[in-house]
Design a protein around this ligand. Structure first.
Ligand code: PMP
Length: 430
C-alpha cells in the first residue's frame, strides 16, 4: 500500500518535494500530539507547529464544521467573523501594531509585507539573513538563502550573517566585539544596496532564526539590525511564521524577546491549527498609505470559516493556558537538554526557547565540525523510538524539536527519553 502510494505520488506530483525519512511515513490519523501511521503505530509529534493546540482538537474541528455549515463566502461582503478575529488578534500586539490583512499562507503574507515596504519607502532593496527561508513566491525565491532554489539571490537583495555566540570562532571573543562586527556587516550590505541604486526598502528576520539553526545571538543584535536598517530608510519585517503565537513561552511573539517593535509582522502556520490562515500586522499609517494606492483583495484570506477557526485557536490558547504551560515545559526541557549536553561531548549547547528548541551535533569534542550526518542518523533513530523531529542549520546539524503546544507534562518524558536513547545509540564514543 505505502509502496504503491509512493510511486503514484511520484507519478502524479513529481519528486520535487522531498519526503521526510529514509522510509516515508504514511499517516492516517492524529489526535493531540499523537500521529498514527497505516500500520497502527503511534508517533509522538515533536516537529509540527501547525497543529498548534493539538492535532484535530475537538473545539477547532467543531468551529470549522459549524461555520462551514452556516456560511462560507469570499471577503467582499460584511461578516462579523473576520472583524471579531482581527480585533482579538490585534489585542495581542503593541498598540502601534493595530491593523491586519489576512492571507492564506506565510508566503503570501511576506510577499505582501515587501510590497507595502517598497511602496512606503520608494526603494526596492531587501536585506535578509544568511541561510533563511521566508516562502515560495517568485519574490521570496529571490531572497532565499537557506533552501535549494534555482533562482540566484536577486540583484536587489543582500544577505548578512547572523552571529552565534556558541560558534567555535566566537567562543573566546568579547560579545560586544562580535555584535559590532555583525552590525558593521549589515551596515555594509545596506550601503551596497544604496550604491547600486536599489535603496533600502526592508529587512526581514525570523526572530528565533530557526532555519539558520537557532543561533545564540548577542544581546542587542536584532534591535541593532533594526536601527541600522531604519537609519538607511528601510522598514523592519518580523517573520513570526515559526516562532509566534506563544510558542516561546516567555513571550507571545518572538520579536518581543528582543525588545523590538517591528513595522510589519508576518504570521502563518499555527494561526489556523492546520486550516490555511496567515496575515500581515502593521501600523494604521502603513496600511492607510497602501490602501490609498491599491485595491488589495484576497478571495480566501479571512473568509468566515478561516476566521472562525483562527478565533477558536486563540480561545483555546487562553483557556488551556498553553503559553504558560509552554514556559513551564520549556524550563524542564532546557534542564534535561543541558544534562544531555554535559553527558555527551559531541553535543553542543541546547538552544531555543519554550517548546522550540535545538541540540547541536558535532563530529568532534571541540565542537569545530558540525555533523549533519549524525544529526540525520539521530532523527531516524528517534523516529524508530516513536518520536518525530527534524534538523536545521547550514549543515543540517541542529536537531529541531518543536512539538504542538498540546504536549502535556506526562507526555514530555516520552520525547526526552527517545532523544536520550537515540543520542546514546548514535553518538557512542568510537
Ligand atoms: N516564513 C517562515 C519562517 C517559514 O518557515 C515558512 C514556511 N516554512 C514561510 C514563511 C512560508 O509559509 P507558507 O509555507 O505558509 O507559505
Amino acid at each position: 500500500m505505502t509502496e504503491s502510494l509512493l510511486s503514484r505520488r511520484f507519478a502524479t506530483m513529481g519528486r520535487h518535494e522531498p519526503l521526510f525519512y529514509n522510509e516515508p511515513l504514511h499517516l492516517v490519523s492524529a489526535h493531540g500530539v499523537w500521529l498514527t501511521d497505516i500500520s497502527g503505530r503511534r508517533y509522538l509529534d515533536a516537529y509540527n507547529n501547525v497543529p498548534h493546540v493539538g492535532h484535530c482538537h475537538p473545539r477547532i474541528v467543531e468551529a470549522l464544521r459549524s461555520q462551514a455549515s452556516t456560511l462560507n463566502i469570499h471577503t467582499r461582503y460584511l461578516n462579523e467573523h473576520v472583524v471579531d478575529y482581527s480585533e482579538e488578534l490585534l489585542s495581542r500586539f503593541e498598540p502601534s501594531l493595530n491593523r491586519v490583512l489576512l492571507t492564506n499562507s506565510g508566503s503570501e503574507a511576506n510577499d505582501l509585507a515587501f510590497r507595502m515596504a517598497a511602496q512606503h519607502t520608494g526603494a526596492r532593496g531587501i536585506l535578509v539573513t544568511d541561510h533563511s527561508y521566508h516562502g515560495n513566491t517568485t519574490l521570496l525565491a529571490g531572497i532565499t538563502t537557506g533552501l535549494r532554489t534555482h533562482e540566484p539571490l536577486a540583484a536587489h537583495v543582500r544577505a548578512f550573517p547572523v552571529p552565534d555566540l556558541d560558534a567555535a570562532e566566537n567562543r573566546d571573543r568579547d560579545e560586544q566585539e562580535i555584535l559590532q562586527e555583525a552590525l558593521e556587516q549589515v551596515q555594509r550590505a545596506a550601503e551596497e544596496l544604496v550604491a547600486a541604486g536599489h535603496g533600502v526598502s526592508a529587512v526581514i528576520m525570523e526572530t528565533l532564526f530557526s532555519t539558520e539553526g537557532l543561533p545564540r545571538v548577542p544581546e542587542g543584535f536584532v534591535t541593532g539590525v533594526a536601527e541600522t536598517v531604519r537609519s538607511a530608510g528601510g522598514l523592519v519585517i518580523a517573520d513570526e511564521v515559526q516562532s509566534g503565537l506563544g510558542r516561546l513561552g516567555s513571550h507571545f511573539w518572538g520579536y518581543q524577546k528582543h525588545g523590538l517593535i517591528p513595522d510589519l509582522v508576518t504570521l502563518g502556520k499555527p494561526l489556523g491549527n492546520g486550516h490555511p490562515v496567515a496575515g500581515v500586522v502593521t501600523t494604521g499609517d502603513l496600511l492607510e498609505e497602501f490602501g490609498s494606492r491599491n485595491e488589495y483583495f484576497n478571495t480566501f484570506g479571512g473568509n468566515p470559516v478561516s476566521a472562525a477557526v483562527a478565533h477558536e485557536v486563540l480561545r483555546v490558547i487562553d483557556e488551556e493556558q498553553l503559553t504558560q504551560r509552554c514556559a513551564q515545559l520549556g524550563d524542564l526541557v532546557a534542564q534535561r537538554m543541558q544534562q544531555l549536553v554535559q553527558a555527551h561531548p559531541r553535543l553542543g549547547a541546547a538552544k531555543g526557547s519554550g517548546l522550540f528548541f535545538g541540540l547541536s551535533v558535532f563530529a568532534d569534542e571541540d565542537h569545530r565540525q558540525p555533523d549533519g550526518a549524525s544529526a540525520k542518523a539521530l532523527v531516524e533513530s528517534v523516529k524508530e523510538a516513536g518520536v518525530l523531529l527534524s534538523r536545521i542549520g547550514p549543515s543540517g546539524s541542529v536537531l529541531k524539536i518543536r512539538p504542538p503546544l498540546a504536549l502535556s507534562q506526562q507526555e514530555l518524558p516520552v520525547l526526552l527519553e527517545a532523544v536520550e536513547q537515540a543520542v546514546g545509540n548514535v553518538l557512542q564514543a568510537p
